[in-house]
Design a protein around this ligand. Structure first.
Ligand code: ADP
Ligand code: MG
Length: 605
């Protein structure tokens, strides 16, 4: 090995460039951020060949003093940070003074600038790190920067660039993030001479979301607004029906800066738990604002990562805010059938897709005019205790109907008299004010039981039903240990277990709310969960999983014939349970055919 020597500055810059500049999109990000930091009101971006050949950014901001032009290309030269204390109070997007020096060392850059109060401007070039002299330039106030032939002097990296379409995709993503975060800016993006986006300064957040993601998304958004101490959360989350296969449409901004953060992603996922099926993801555009000393942005050179001072508290705040917001909405899926005249589909069954209700609900339901099946008398009066006397298949349907529940929250809600029938021993068809509700009896009952248990668990009063004779359950010996290990958690869920020597455990009790449906089977399912998971999730998530598992096993099944009283009880409880539109696994429990939809289908309108 040779002797140690100091690397020349150009090589240092090229190494640094590797961290900051990965592809054309990174250049656009840095240049846009500089223009924003300079107080611009309008920024135009023009690129050719996905940015590999040319990136031009023109702004009308504060410009750079002619004497400072060479400094702008110097590493760690910045006008935005003066001492180490400033690091914890960063108010600008840039502050490390690395971008221009990096870009200048791996491309041919032409920078022209004029501060508004200067009589004239000046220009300079940096070709692979070699600076030209500063020459006078006669342009309008602001800065104009052209980056040509990215990586022309770093062939390995140039080779790693993908096709123009892919690079353009990354680059547009950067553009979109900044456009969402800086609502006062007029922004344009052109590719190979063609307009891609034109975002006027007058376009607010909703308009911008509509412009980038289309009407479909825009119409399914719910505004979010909350604060906790000095922390505020704002923006929009989409109806669960707007779900996506990935997290690409989750945008998080912290103090105006787009970030990628596990904690925020998790907080959003938790808020939608039970509303989306596994592998599906929510859509959201969320803006967090915290005092600068509540976070550290100087974690990574691209500044896309942050560190929070109180991560757990923040996560809980976000999840609870969004959860409460979703809860305030009627998320019942609406069936939309195509009208054949508009969209001919020969010999095909009409296909339905869900779209959530865009319009707010109208007046309260009128009482149904025609008599219904026998009202649920005895059941409605029952409280916790005498569950044993309930009629078999689904005792829990009847149980626990408080005399006066909370006032019904939503439309589509069933008035005092219920008109409903069971079809195929699986579905309930119910007349509601707006039309007709089709309910999956298992899914709905599952959700109701789950919510009842969850509420009681939270209140610390998940009532147990003790078994007169403890139920012995045989398990493989190694599973016995696993189960006994979890005794405390199980007890909290109403399942009291005890070792009985060897491979037997005794089950002493089960959650009363589940009724008498085979405690054995429910307990088996719980044990299966505990022993087959390679690693148990965090406690709260585990309890949650177990609750939905127990609810699933205790709920009426598809194929169970229900009595009119049971049907009525189930339908009534739908209006009382939280999230009753989706089962705990995220499947819809009910679908609404509005009268309007029916009329359209039958061409009555
Ligand atoms: P940083 O943004 O971290 O300060 P950069 O390398 O991106 O570092 O930019 C260096 C300096 O050049 C900035 O601090 C700023 O003073 C100046 N500058 C760069 N772009 C612009 C622009 N579009 N308008 C005004 N000044 C700019
Ligand atoms: Mg910068």
């Amino acid at each position: 090995m040779g002797r140690i020597q100091q690397l020349p500055p150009l090589v240092i810059n090229q190494i640094a460039a590797g961290e900051v500049i990965e592809r054309p999109a990174s250049v656009v990000k840095e240049l846009l951020e500089n223009a924003i930091d300079a107080g611009s009101t309008r920024i135009d971006v023009d690129v050719e060949q996905g940015g590999a050949d040319l990136i031009r950014v023109v702004d009308d901001g504060g410009g750079i003093h002619a004497d400072d032009l060479p400094l702008a290309f110097r590493n760690h030269a910045t006008s935005k940070l003066h001492d180490a204390d400033d690091l914890f109070n960063v108010g600008t997007l840039g502050f490390r003074g690395e971008a221009l020096s990096s870009i200048g060392s791996i491309a041919k850059v032409h920078l022209q600038s004029r501060p508004p109060d200067a009589p004239a401007g000046a220009e300079i070039t940096s070709h692979g790190g070699t600076l030209s002299t500063v020459r006078p330039w006669n342009g309008s106030p602001g800065t104009r920067i052209e980056v040509r032939h990215l990586f022309y002097n770093v062939p390995v990296r140039r080779k790693f660039l993908r096709g123009p379409a892919t690079e353009m995709n990354h680059l547009s993503e950067v553009f979109v993030r900044l456009a969402l975060a800086h609502l006062r800016l007029h922004l344009t993006l052109r590719h190979n001479g063609k307009g891609v986006y034109e975002v006027p300064a007058t376009a607010g957040l909703l308009d911008r979301i509509g412009l980038f993601f289309g009407k479909e998304v825009r119409q399914q958004l719910y505004a979010v607004e909350a604060e906790q101490g000095p922390v505020t959360l704002g923006g929009y989350v989409a109806d669960p029906a707007c779900e996506r296969g990935g997290t690409l449409m989750q945008y998080f901004f912290v103090n105006g800066r787009w970030v990628r953060d596990k904690l925020l992603t998790q907080a959003l996922a938790d808020a939608y738990r039970g509303l989306l099926m596994t592998g599906r993801h929510a859509v959201g555009f969320l803006f967090l604002d915290l005092p600068p000393d509540h976070l550290d942005v100087n974690v990574h050179p691209t500044k896309a990562e942050v560190r929070f001072r109180d991560p757990e508290q923040l996560q809980a705040f976000i999840t609870e805010t969004i959860r409460a917001r979703l809860q305030a909405e009627d998320l019942t899926g609406r069936l939309r059938g195509p009208v054949t005249a508009e969209r001919p589909q020969p010999a095909a069954e009409p296909t339905f897709d869900f779209t959530p209700s865009p319009e707010p609900s109208p007046a309260p339901p009128a009482p149904a005019p025609v008599p219904a099946p026998a009202p649920v008398r005895g059941a409605a009066r029952q409280t916790a205790a005498p569950r044993a006397s309930l009629p078999p298949p689904p005792p829990a349907v009847m149980a626990r109907e408080p005399e006066s529940g909370p006032p019904p929250r939503r439309q589509g809600n069933v008035s005092a008299v219920i008109r409903a029938i069971q079809l195929h021993d699986t579905y309930l068809v119910v007349e509601v004010q707006e039309g007709m509700l089709v309910i999956d009896q298992h899914a709905l009952h599952e959700r109701i039981l789950y919510e009842q248990m969850k509420e009681r668990l939270a209140a610390g009063d998940l009532e147990q039903q003790r078994l007169l004779i403890p139920e012995p359950i045989e398990l493989p010996a190694h599973q016995v240990a696993l189960v006994l290990d979890r005794r405390a958690d199980l007890a909290e869920l109403g399942l009291e277990v005890e070792g009985f020597g060897g491979s037997t455990v005794l089950l002493h009790s089960y959650p009363a709310v589940l009724g008498k449906r085979a405690p054995q089977a429910i307990f088996r399912a719980v044990v299966d969960y505990l022993v087959t998971k390679e690693k148990l999730p965090a406690r709260e998530e585990m309890l949650n999983d177990l609750l939905s598992l127990m609810a699933c096993h205790a709920a009426v099944r598809a194929g169970d014939r229900l009595t009119p009283e049971e049907i009525a009880a189930l339908v009534r409880q739908r209006d009382r349970a939280d999230h009753s539109h989706h089962c705990p696994h995220g499947r819809p429990t009910s679908l609404l055919f509005t009268l309007h939809d029916l009329e359209r289908q039958f061409r009555r309108v």
